[in-house]
Write a protein that binds this ligand. Structure first.
Ligand SMILES: Nc1ncnc2c1ncn2[C@@H]1O[C@H](COP(=O)(O)OP(=O)(O)O)[C@@H](O)[C@H]1O
Ligand SMILES: [Mg+2]
Length: 378
């Protein structure tokens, strides 16, 4: 039997655990033409959630474009990727997609080419670099034009939205501000993976997208939702797990979707049929996982200076929500001054090792946190 715990790729259908409230909230936002910023750490389930919600929209009534900004590096690639996603969301036939591309995105010089698999595909022939002018306007106008035809409601999702901060100009951000204000019947959902960047983008008064939409921080999946999900998957494989052990898993991963699935995956692999899952078995699954990551974690640790390590040790050893600028935290962990803590934080945020969590911080990789607890205490 195939391991039922999946981690890494987008999960959907049966492999998607609960999130009923979030799916409902997103659907409502999409139906009402709202603009919403959804953000969380990486691998928290944003892409899975939004795709799950998009799948629930009635196909005949909606044009829903899902745009992954991850591979984009400037305003022109933003325009191209967005145009392609919009055109492809309106048909599955290459000829039709080409027609749509010609009518909405003529400035991007669409053409039909044959891709690696020998299938026809629409590509855009504009130069890849440089500042776009009318091309970007044209692309961003398309959702309004489609909605104005009266046949469909339109939803545009931008995934990995923080990528636009790498573009070297705030042109896209400014353009988006104006379409958000004017396209009242199109819903825009922005997904962001680096919470502190996304928050900065819409809570800082001087940024173009300041309060341009609602904000929706995505939390972990709750223990009561994991419980039936995890239990059923073990049971289907003839393996038994008690509530208490699921609780232990939850404590280790704090409900983080990716790490919960990853730990369960390893546990499922090492657990024999009929053998009830014990704390020892969970412990050995954690050891297996850490052994696997040990090289990467050691390399990362060795690249850090002493105050950064002290800060991480402090964060790993204290309860979540601890205030790292408080003088007792600074004393306890040998940081000596708030400015030392500040510098360590800035570096670790920049390197994506930690992220902001209200007025505290979290270590993004939950297994790295456990590795620090196990190998660096004392
Ligand atoms: N609703 C869910 N149910 C079960 N597992 C989930 C769920 N959402 C996310 N995951 C787990 O987290 C991993 C990362 O999800 P993904 O949607 O790619 O996150 P993000 O887009 O936030 O980086 C998935 O591969 C899966 O293991
Ligand atoms: Mg994603």
């Amino acid at each position: 039997m195939k391991n039922p715990f999946q981690y890494g790729d987008v999960v959907g259908g049966d492999a998607f655990c609960n999130r009923r409230k979030e799916v409902g909230d997103l659907l409502r936002a999409m139906e009402n033409g709202e603009k919403l910023f959804v953000y969380s750490e990486r691998r928290f389930g944003k892409t899975s959630l939004v795709r799950f919600a998009l799948d629930k929209l009635p196909k005949k009534q909606y044009v829903s474009a899902y745009v992954d900004l991850w591979p984009t590096d400037g305003a022109l690639s933003f325009a191209t990727v967005t145009a392609k996603a919009i055109a492809e969301s309106m048909s599955t036939r290459a000829e039709k997609i080409f027609e749509i591309a010609k009518s909405f995105f003529g400035r991007l010089s669409p053409s039909m080419t044959i891709n690696d698999q020998g299938r026809p595909e629409v590509t855009f022939g504009t130069k890849r670099f440089g500042e776009p002018g009318p091309e970007l306007d044209e692309v961003l106008e398309a959702p309004r034009k489609i909605a104005a035809q009266g046949k469909w409601r339109v939803v545009v999702v931008f995934d990995e939205f923080q990528q636009i901060l790498e573009y070297g100009s705030d042109k896209v951000e400014r353009q988006l501000r104006s379409i958000i204000q004017t396209q009242t019947d199109v819903s825009y959902i922005f997904l962001g993976s680096r919470r502190h960047l996304i928050q900065e983008m819409f809570l800082n008064r001087s940024r173009p997208l300041y309060r341009a939409g609602g904000h929706y921080p995505l939390g972990p999946i709750k223990e009561k939702d994991w419980l039936p999900f995890i239990r059923k998957r073990f049971l289907d494989g003839g393996k038994k797990i008690d509530e208490e052990q699921i609780h232990s898993i939850y404590r280790l991963t704090e409900g983080h979707p990716f790490y919960t699935q990853h730990l369960c995956h390893v546990l499922w692999d090492i657990c024999e049929k009929k053998e009830p899952i014990s704390e020892d078995l969970i412990e050995s699954a954690v050891r297996t996982l850490l052994a696997h990551e040990s090289y990467a974690y050691t390399t990362l640790w060795e690249s850090l200076v002493i105050n950064q390590r002290r800060f991480l040790k402090g964060l790993a050893s204290e309860p979540t929500g601890v205030k790292p600028f408080a003088s007792d935290f600074i004393q306890r962990h040998g940081l000596r001054s708030a400015s030392n803590a500040q510098r360590a934080i800035e570096y670790l945020l920049e390197r994506d090792v930690i992220d902001r969590d209200n007025s505290s911080f979290i270590i993004i990789d939950r297994f790295f946190k456990i590795w620090i607890q196990k190998t660096q205490s004392g």
